[in-house]
Write a protein of this length. Structure first.
Length: 156
C-alpha cells in the first residue's frame, strides 16, 4: 500500500447562484483585467495576474486577500470548456505577516450552469493536506472570493 492510498482524500464543495450569464462569469474567471477588479478587496493593493488561456497554459496571480496575507497562485489549465467548466491544478503559496504558510497542491473544478436568475456556480476542490486547510478554504477563502466575484458581476 502506498502513502497516497492510505491517506484520506480531502475535498470540499461550495456553490453560489450569481446574477450574471455563464459567459459573463466565465470571462470574469479567466480575463486578467476582470480578475484584477475582483480577486482581492480594493484596499488590499494591486493584483498581478497573467493568463495563458489554453489547456496546459497557466494562470498566475499575486494578491492580498486581506491586510496580513500575500498569496501567489499558479494554476495550470487542465480543461477549458467555455462557458461551462474550468479544471485547474493549483499550486498556492501564502504568507501571513511575513511568515510562510503551507503550500497547497490541489485540483479545482468549477462548473457553470445557467439558471432563470443567472448562473449556478459550483466549486469542487480536492487535495488538501489536512482538514484545517480544507475547512479554511470552505469557510473563508471561497466564500470571500465568491462574494467579491458577485459584487463585480452585479456592479454593471
Amino acid at each position: 500500500m502506498s502513502l497516497t492510498e492510505s491517506r484520506e482524500v480531502l475535498r470540499m464543495h461550495v456553490w453560489r447562484e450569481l446574477h450574471a450569464t455563464p459567459e459573463q462569469v466565465f470571462d470574469a474567471l479567466v480575463d486578467p483585467e476582470k480578475q484584477k477588479a475582483w480577486l482581492a478587496p480594493p484596499w488590499a493593493g494591486a493584483v498581478e495576474t497573467t493568463v495563458d488561456l489554453r489547456e496546459g497554459g497557466v494562470w498566475e496571480a499575486r494578491f492580498h486577500p486581506n491586510e496580513q496575507t500575500e498569496v501567489h497562485d499558479v494554476q495550470t489549465y487542465v480543461v477549458i470548456d467555455r462557458p461551462h467548466r474550468l479544471v485547474t491544478d493549483l499550486i498556492s503559496e501564502a504568507s501571513t505577516g511575513g511568515h510562510p504558510m503551507l503550500s497547497l497542491h490541489s485540483r479545482i473544478e468549477i462548473t457553470l450552469d445557467p439558471t432563470v436568475w443567472g448562473t449556478y456556480l459550483t466549486v469542487d476542490q480536492i487535495g488538501f493536506p489536512d482538514a484545517e486547510a480544507r475547512d479554511f478554504f470552505e469557510s473563508t477563502v471561497w466564500p470571500g472570493d465568491l462574494d467579491r466575484l458577485e459584487a463585480f458581476l452585479t456592479q454593471r
